[in-house]
Design a protein around this ligand. Structure first.
Ligand code: BDP
Length: 594
């Protein structure tokens, strides 16, 4: 799915800013039919929850409405006019005037509404977007809506991060020509000093396709004709972790000499492969250092923010991180583009967090019901998960920074039914993208002895909390158990192991000379213990600390003002552990030579 861009044949108007905003109420049926009266205003992009002081808005369960007036530029007669919503969390409905023009399920992938028939160039129209925050057993991620005793609807979910909702990413108005490029797929390979770029251009109607590849100086290094083809780049400069290099593929649609459409796509030439316990980028073993992150900041919630984007990547660089996982949902496309340009490696995760009835908000328990069953997570959940994987791959397939798909976080992979649920999803991901390895983040109850799906995946990503949820405060016992378990995985499977989560909560300023949980010192000793173990086990191919920064969580008694496992505070100040990591990861530069 192509990101809207300004090109020689397409125009783009950004619709971010203040929108009229109202919570859905039975008192105003069909609120899209008129101007939202008495409405307050909400910022786009932003989650709406923390903008307001009114708990009825913050805790509302169901639809909210965003509305604004939009003028179609005068010169847009002739082509198609489209509204793009980069994310409506977790479901969206778009109205042009009174007309429903698009509906979408899933809070972290974009969708378009073609509004050509409902608008007139040069004139204004009323754009209303409904957004629902409801999670059920057939949404990804899942949740349940229950009724409180006094008749309020209450949203419960199976993950600890706060269920932020709204228009957290940009909204766009754009024009495309009637005969146009609808998609581009690029697969790259390396053959000695030559890079190959297999491209495939999809179009809305038959027309001649011409492509041109430029290097970073703007020089044309290869050209091709036809909708599919292979470009060869002699002495290609590869996209490397820590040393990004992007070529620009310019695709053109022509009728004779007339340019019907053009679309530029920045691509990186690189390869990704798994060989035994090694993760190879461009044929060289790569060791992941970095974090599981969240899209999370004060006031904006999950709202995309370019300032935080730049600053977070600065901190990744400062600390020596070469990668991160988009825990626990696909991040804004701007984040991936930035990673492409700056050589940061991304493990791209779906929003499938919480397919596990034995885990609630990061805490352990025994599920009262089986996780995978027709009453709990069955065929409909699986279908929603499959659709989400299709949309994720469609959006992110061309990013060189994305080296692997993570299909779920901490599913109940040790329970009966897990294999039946996951086998088709793994096949689907492989058929959509045969070039990237697939992984899942393994919950601590799923061990090398009882896990039922590990063999289906290329890389095993383990989330482990020895020393926190288990053996809290006893790092000596934690060290023995961690090592024993990692050795078990390494002996059982000839696959790379990535520690995709390990971390301890720490409150800034709370200190101790002893191993006291919640202190900065304990977080630091905890990480140092894990690192000693990793260094003793060859199959460990990467370490992603949980979490990059403190983040907001849903209601519950087990958190103090959010999850405090951040190595940085929520406002991005380093805790002591940041220095421990920095010393270690800067030394690793020689493990990952560019
Ligand atoms: C893991 C989850 C993660 C939580 C973490 C924690 O994958 O989302 O935030 O636990 O409890 O189980 O800190």
């Amino acid at each position: 799915m192509l990101k809207p861009r300004n090109t020689a044949t397409r125009e783009l108007v950004n619709l971010d800013g203040l929108w009229r905003f109202a919570v859905d109420t039975p008192a105003v049926p069909e609120p899209w039919r008129s101007v939202l009266h008495g409405a307050t205003e909400a910022a786009v992009p932003s989650s709406y929850n923390d903008l307001f002081v009114d708990p009825e808005i913050r805790d509302h369960v169901g639809w909210v409405w965003y509305q604004r007036t939009v003028r179609i530029p005068r010169g847009w007669a002739g082509g198609r006019v489209v509204v793009r919503v980069d994310a409506a969390t977790h479901a969206g409905k778009v109205y042009a005037g009174d007309r429903l023009v698009a509906e979408h399920q899933g809070g972290y992938t974009p969708f378009d509404a073609d509004i050509t028939e409902h608008v007139v160039a040069g004139e204004e129209f009323r754009l209303t977007i409904g957004v629902s925050n409801e999670l059920t057993n057939v949404t990804i991620p899942p949740g349940t809506v229950t009724m409180t005793q006094d008749g309020r609807r209450s949203q419960k979910y199976l993950h600890d991060f706060y269920n932020y909702a709204g228009l957290a990413r940009s909204v766009w108005l754009y024009s495309v020509p009637e005969t146009r490029i609808t998609d581009i797929t690029v697969v790259t390979d390396v053959d000695g000093a030559t890079g190959t770029v297999d491209y495939s251009v999809e179009t809305s109607a038959d027309a001649a396709v011409h492509v041109r590849l430029r290097d970073e100086t703007g020089a044309v290094v290869a050209t091709g004709d036809g909708a599919d083809g292979r470009l060869r780049v002699e002495n290609a400069v590869l996209w490397q972790p820590g040393a990004a290099y992007l070529y620009r593929l310019e695709a053109e649609l022509l009728e004779g000499d007339d340019l019907l459409d053009s679309y530029p796509l920045d691509i990186g030439i690189r390869t990704v492969k798994v060989r035994g316990t090694e993760f190879l980028i461009n044929g060289k073993p790569f060791y992941f250092t970095g974090f599981g992150k969240h899209e999370d900041s004060p006031v904006r919630g999950k709202g995309h923010d370019d300032a935080y984007l730049v600053h977070d990547f600065q901190l990744l660089d400062w600390i020596g991180a070469n990668s991160f996982r988009t825990s626990h949902y696909p991040y804004a496309e701007e984040v991936l583009e930035f990673a492409d340009r700056h050589g940061i490696v991304v493990v791209d995760e779906t929003a499938a967090v919480g397919l596990n009835l034995a885990v609630t908000g990061g805490l352990t328990g025994v599920g009262a019901k089986p996780t995978f069953s027709p009453e709990t997570f069955g065929d409909e959940t699986q279908a929603a998960h499959a659709q989400h994987i299709r949309e994720l791959v469609a959006r992110d397939k061309n990013h060189p920074s994305v080296v692997m798909w993570c299909l779920a976080n901490e599913p109940a992979s040790h329970e009966d039914g897990a294999r039946k649920y996951f086998e088709p999803l793994v096949s689907l991901a492989r058929s959509l993208d045969p070039t990237r390895p697939v992984t899942y983040s393994v919950v601590m109850f799923a061990t090398y002895r009882n896990d039922k799906i590990a063999d289906l995946f290329d890389v095993l990503s383990l989330n482990r909390y020895y020393g926190w949820y288990l053996d809290n405060g006893d790092l000596a016992s934690a060290e023995q158990k961690l090592e024993a378990e990692l050795r078990g995985w390494a002996e059982q499977f000839d696959k790379p192991l990535i520690m995709s989560e390990y971390g301890a909560d720490a409150m800034t300023g709370v200190r101790s000379v002893w191993d006291v949980p919640w202190t900065e010192d304990y977080q630091q000793s905890f990480l140092a213990m894990y690192h000693r173990v990793f260094d003793r086990i060859d199959a460990v191919t990467g370490e992603h600390v949980w979490n990059f920064a403190d983040f907001a969580t849903g209601p519950g008694i087990h958190r103090v003002d959010g999850n405090r496992k951040g190595v940085f505070t929520r406002d991005r100040k380093p805790k002591s552990a940041a220095h421990e990591l920095r010393t270690r990861w800067k030394r690793f530069a020689d493990r990952n030579p560019t």
